[in-house]
Write a protein that binds this ligand. Structure first.
Ligand SMILES: NC(=O)c1ccc[n+]([C@@H]2O[C@H](COP(=O)([O-])OP(=O)(O)OC[C@H]3O[C@@H](n4cnc5c(N)ncnc54)[C@H](O)[C@@H]3O)[C@@H](O)[C@H]2O)c1
Length: 279
């Protein structure tokens, strides 16, 4: 066993003295990640474009808020540089900020009708849902920007400090849709798959320098992101989840906590799904 491995084991269980930035920390999964890391002693910077969400979570956990948009690379650089200027380091970055495609009630109804027809074997009567042909350039670019560019900007900004520091952990929040894409949201699925490739490429580049980068693929998790969904569609999804229920943000926070800390010392470019059996 190498000497530094012994040190890692000794430090396992605490994040005391660690400085963490969580994007999208003002809601849902990001909030539970921020809370979980703070419980183990990390100083958490709660990043979000939503000022009140970030402020509330930061004050609850004794951290600090950083109000910025992850699609603004200069703003991302400035926040990371400011964190390092104030605290002397950045140990963990959770690239979590994300958006979902807006609900489309008409398409949902077509999907329901198609499912009924499929059950009866009436395949020639299906109606095209046209999710791809009706997707605008703006919607495509917005989805790519928030997820792929945002994750890239954050990774680049953090690595400028982590590589010279010779330590750090970056956790990118992808999705089961990046592993097992579904019809209806090609931009979301493509963005989440791109995050996985970005994770693996960057992880291989910096692994020799003490920086670890991994991805988490949540299944269907009960957060405000799912709130606009049609209740019947959500019920249908729950029926398909082998565990029979949505995940809780706290359940994902345990995976993120593991990857953030020294307990995951041999995880590099690895992809962790927590899906209730969906994947
Ligand atoms: N909830 C799920 O079922 C689920 C499943 C798989 C993956 N995810 C992913 O998990 C992440 C968090 O999702 P959630 O369910 O907690 O959603 P959420 O809507 O509850 O929270 C997302 C947060 O990100 C912030 N945000 C959005 N765009 C931003 C931007 N450009 N810059 C900065 N902040 C921004 C929002 O203000 C919000 O606070 C997302 O990347 C999402 O794609 C969620």
């Amino acid at each position: 066993m190498f000497a530094h491995d012994i040190g890692d084991v000794v430090r396992a269980g605490t994040l005391e003295g660690q400085v963490v930035l969580v994007t999208g920390g003002g809601s849902g999964l990001g909030t539970s990640f921020a809370r979980r890391l703070a419980v183990d002693g990390a100083h958490v910077v709660v990043g979000d474009v939503n000022e009140s969400g970030a402020g509330q979570v930061a004050s609850e956990i004794g951290g600090e808020a950083a109000v910025f948009d992850v699609t603004d690379s200069a703003a991302f650089d400035a926040v990371v540089d400011r964190v390092v200027a104030h605290h002397g380091r950045i140990d963990v970055l959770i690239n979590n900020a994300g958006i979902a495609p807006p609900p489309d009630p008409e398409r949902t109804q077509i999907s329901f009708a198609n499912q009924a027809l499929r059950m009866e074997g009436r395949l020639t009567e299906l109606t095209p849902i046209d999710a791809t042909v009706s997707l605008t350039d703006d919607a495509w670019h917005r989805m790519m920007n928030v997820h792929v560019s945002g994750t890239f900007y954050g990774t680049r900004a953090a690595l400028r400090h982590m590589t010279p520091q010779r330590s750090g952990s970056i956790v990118n929040i992808s999705s089961i849709m990046g592993l097992r894409p579904a019809a209806g949201a090609p931009h979301y699925c493509a963005a989440k798959a791109a995050i996985i490739a970005l994770t693996k490429s960057t992880a291989q580049e910096v692994a020799p320098f003490g920086v670890r980068i991994n991805a988490v693929c949540p299944g269907w998790i009960d957060t405000p992101l799912l709130a606009p969904m049609d209740p019947l569609a959500l019920a249908g999804i729950q029926m398909q989840i082998p565990m029979g229920r949505l995940g809780r943000p706290e359940e994902l926070a345990e995976v993120v906590r593991f990857l953030a800390g020294p307990e995951s010392s041999y995880c590099v470019g690895d992809v962790f799904a927590a899906s209730g059996g969906w994947v």
